[in-house]
Design a protein around this ligand. Structure first.
Ligand SMILES: [Zn+2]
Length: 233
């Protein structure tokens, strides 16, 4: 079990990866980690996530109120979006928000990532829905992502970026990488005549593999016939 300081160091490490892979520009992006039901660590606003040290990291409660922050640092203005995810998904331990180039390109074009084109993306993500546009830092974004939280672990934010969440910070970050790789493949195949898509039967076989792997999180493979997770049927 990591102590708090180790988690802060890991957040700085993930910040470097997000920044160095071009998933954000300048001071954009934010992520958070749940310590317990009342304490969450989050990245500060107004700093590059590629150059953080542990003392940059802020601590907030379940309502996003500041519990700890060193002088000059304030929690991300998007903390409300993170808190909505934790509220609706008790299994989630970390949330990552970024603006990866290709995923954000689709988000700006208003196109969700729904074409089944490669096994890993189908198994890891299923497909990635598009939450309708909301003004940053307002309750519009939490409200727009909420309908997707029960069935997906990755969502595009219209005209904005992407949101991923999982049972660890590394897993949430990896989901962001998977979303961006999928978006990039889709974009590039669209330039050379369009992707060959899997048939429904091929998708179903991949969904079956995912079920057998016993992966954590939520995924369209777990939805029942009327679009609800099996447990709600
Ligand atoms: Zn953003």
């Amino acid at each position: 079990m990591q102590n708090e300081y180790e988690i802060k160091k890991e957040m700085c490490e993930i910040g470097k990866r997000v920044y160095n892979r071009g998933m954000v520009a300048a001071n954009d992006g934010n992520f958070s980690v749940k310590l317990n039901d009342h304490e969450f660590l989050c990245t500060p606003t107004g700093v590059s996530k590629g150059f953080m040290t542990p003392e940059y990291i802020c601590k907030v409660d379940e309502n996003g109120n500041v519990l700890e922050a060193n002088e000059g640092f304030r929690p991300s203005s998007e903390i409300k979006m993170h808190m909505r995810v934790y509220q609706k998904r008790p299994d989630v331990r970390a949330v990552v928000h970024a603006h990866p180039l290709y995923a954000t390109t689709f988000a700006i074009a208003g196109i969700p990532l729904t074409k089944p084109i490669m096994p890993e993306a189908v198994i890891a993500l299923g497909y990635v829905p598009l939450a309708k546009y909301g003004t940053p830092s307002t309750m519009e974004i939490p409200d727009s992502v909420e309908p997707y939280l029960q069935n997906f672990d990755a969502v595009l934010l219209e005209n904005h970026g992407a949101l991923t969440y999982s049972d660890s910070l590394l897993a949430a970050y990896h989901k962001m990488e998977s979303v961006e790789f999928y978006a990039r493949l889709l974009y590039q195949t669209m330039q050379i005549g369009g992707p060959q898509e899997f048939s429904d039967a091929q998708v179903e076989r991949l969904y079956e593999i995912r079920r057998q792997m016993g992966l954590t999180g939520r995924h369209p493979a777990d939805m029942g016939r009327n679009g609800q997770p099996e447990e709600n049927l």
